[in-house]
Write a protein that binds this ligand. Structure first.
Ligand SMILES: N[C@@H](CCC(=O)N[C@@H](CS)C(=O)NCC(=O)O)C(=O)O
Ligand code: FES
Length: 275
């Protein structure tokens, strides 16, 4: 069974890549040392890796890297959000998956592991291995603990639940003129992106409400669809999505008075909203 290798430096990364046949499907995961989704991504990849056989020459390689520890590598793959998965073969990026959605991650890996025989360079090693990989995949039985197959809703309930949730979200994004949906709370952010956003708002004395999405998975998943924005933090002004940390930074760089209407000089900015 294959295992997930943690790579700690650029040097280690280059050594590892150089040691692989170019036909190897490389599964490269970028993470940050903060909380939940990256931990989930690790579990998903470890489970998947263990279902792939180790072949000679290697048909798959599984590595994980702290995006901040290997800046040159993450820059070379344009990693702007984590968790972030990159699949490569023959030095070409085949597909990327942003976020820790287990179903998407698994589908992408299975697709490219299966297609190895048909790769355009026609490497015989890859072609020979694809049979065993495919066979192993079809015999892979996910367990209940596998997040990819964990049941979510019974189908009849879905629509009504969704409508009710959307109503709740529509109210929630307007709970305060400036609303921050974040991981953790302003005094204890659970992720660097949320921490940076809180710091920015604080520096600008913005008065805002917040919602800890780690405390409510319906809001966490629902808001991604509701606002068509896949990550957190999410900042809303007057019920309208501004964006995540990058966008907020950009807006402030373009217009230093962006939050002026919402700032209260010298008082504490945080005000908790519903949870
Ligand atoms: N570049 C993004 C960074 C935010 C990001 O990548 N968030 C990730 C990791 S904290 C996320 O929310 N993933 C989905 C999830 O955790 O549900 C921004 O500007 O806000
Ligand atoms: S980057 Fe992994 S939790 Fe935010």
């Amino acid at each position: 069974m294959s295992t997930l290798l943690e790579i700690k430096s650029e040097e280690e990364w280059h050594k590892h890549t150089a040691s692989l046949p170019s036909s190897t499907l490389q599964i490269i995961s970028f993470h940050a040392p903060w909380a939940a989704p990256c931990t989930q991504m690790r579990t998903v990849l470890e489970t998947l890796a263990s279902s792939y056989p180790v072949t000679e020459p290697l048909s798959t390689s599984w590595v994980s890297m702290n995006a901040e520890e290997v800046m040159d590598v993450s820059d070379s793959f344009d990693v702007t959000a984590v968790p972030y998965l990159v699949l490569t073969r023959n030095n070409q990026v085949l597909e990327t998956v942003s976020g820790s959605d287990a179903t998407k991650v698994r589908a992408a890996i299975e697709k490219h592991a299966k297609s190895s025989g048909g790769s355009s360079n026609g490497s015989t090693a890859a072609a020979n291995n694809s049979g065993s990989v495919a066979k192993n995949l079809s015999s892979y039985t996910p367990t209940a603990a596998d997040p990819a197959t964990a049941p979510q809703y019974s189908s009849g309930e879905v629509k009504e639940d969704k409508e009710a949730l959307h109503e709740r979200l529509a109210t929630l994004v307007k709970a305060a003129p400036v609303m921050l949906f974040m991981k953790g709370t302003p005094s204890a952010p659970q992720c660097g992106f949320s921490r940076q956003t809180v710091a920015l708002l604080r520096e600008n004395s913005v008065k805002y409400g917040f919602f800890n999405i780690l405390a409510d998975d319906d809001v966490r998943q629902g808001l991604k669809e509701f606002s068509d924005w896949p990550t957190f933090p999410q900042l809303y002004v007057d019920g309208e999505l501004v964006g995540g940390l990058d966008i907020v930074k950009e807006e402030m760089a373009n217009d230093p008075d962006f939050f002026k209407a919402y700032s209260v000089p010298k008082s504490t900015p945080d005000s908790a909203a519903a949870s």
